[in-house]
Design a protein around this ligand. Structure first.
Ligand code: MG
Length: 313
């Protein structure tokens, strides 16, 4: 804890400002950042005062360095305005629900919020001896990876990590979707399908099976009432890709396959096919109808989305 660099920001009034300028006169750095009055060293803390009266304390002991001036400001004005970047970060850090170094099977899907393109679901199997390899690749921050990073990283992942991917194309989706087949039921069936490939515990010993949670476990198993084989012993976690490397891998592989499928569709219709379900999607949909007729939408989009109405109008 003591090693962490923290940032503390204090807004000071004119009186405190003058006192600080005087105090730091002998510790001033030669260079002053833009809009700053001075920048100075206080032990291992860097103190920067801006013309606005904002003072930034940055360093491992920023708390100590700031405290004196917070008290001074309080004496001068009866109160002090302080912000600490450390408070915010502490809250943002993920609270671990399962250990990092485990053997795990994880699954995640992509494409359920995209009008164009298939639904892709992947299950991946990660053992303890592949964890450092994956951390080095940056898999832990899978959500932050750009499309081009995914295209670089996933070919490396699939050399080492066993996985099963299922692509539900748009024609299949549109046939399946009905009054008793909603999106969550579809997801449950597809997750169960890819996970069942790793059901042989002798071959794939695991500590956890983790699914990125999209509904409560009871609904999940209700949705599987017709499945011949069900994978049990699942740990459902929200934001599971931050918690579990096999889910992070599954997420990345799904996104990779989805990107490839979207590229294929773009080539086929000779238009850049957008992700999501926003306004651009509608205008591209209109162009597709103009070029190929309405039947084409059935092959490349999820017809039950509201976009279809807007596109046809
Ligand atoms: Mg997910």
């Amino acid at each position: 804890m003591a090693q962490k660099v923290i940032t503390k920001v204090l807004n000071v009034g004119e009186k405190t400002k003058e006192m600080m300028v005087e105090y730091f006169e002998d510790f001033k750095r030669e260079k002053t950042p833009p809009y700053a009055i001075f920048q100075a060293d206080d032990g291992d803390t860097v103190v920067t005062m801006y013309q606005s009266g904002k003072v930034v304390f940055q360093g491992r002991d920023a708390d100590l360095a700031a405290d004196f001036w917070i008290e001074t400001e309080k004496i001068n004005y009866g109160k002090a305005e302080v912000k600490s970047s450390d408070d915010k970060k502490e809250k943002k850090e993920v609270e671990r629900k399962i250990p990092l170094r485990i053997n795990s099977i994880g699954s995640d899907e992509v494409g359920t919020g995209d009008y164009f393109g298939p639904i892709v679901v992947t299950a991946a199997y990660v053992t303890k001896d592949n964890i450092d390899f994956l951390l080095e690749l940056g898999v832990k921050d899978s959500k932050k990876m750009s499309d081009s990073e995914i295209k670089k990283v996933v070919p490396e992942i699939i050399k080492k990590i066993p996985y099963h991917t299922f692509v539900l194309n748009n024609k299949q989706y549109n046939e399946l979707y009905s009054s008793d087949m909603n999106m969550n039921k579809m997801k449950a069936i597809l997750h169960n399908k890819v996970l069942s490939n790793f059901a042989d515990k002798g071959k794939y010993p695991y500590d956890y099976i983790v699914v990125d949670q999209f509904e409560n476990p009871r609904s999940y198993y209700n949705h599987l009432s017709d499945a011949k084989f069900k994978v049990y012993n699942i740990t459902f976690l929200t934001k599971a890709e931050d918690q579990c490397l096999s889910v992070a891998c599954a997420s990345l592989i799904s996104r990779y396959v989805f990107l490839i499928e979207m590229d294929k569709i773009s080539k086929d219709v000779d238009l850049e096919i957008p992700k999501g379900a926003g306004d651009i999607v509608d205008s591209v949909g209109k162009e597709i109808i103009k070029k190929f007729g309405i039947e084409k939408l059935n092959q490349i989009s999820k017809i039950n989305f509201k976009n279809t109405e807007k596109i046809i109008k």
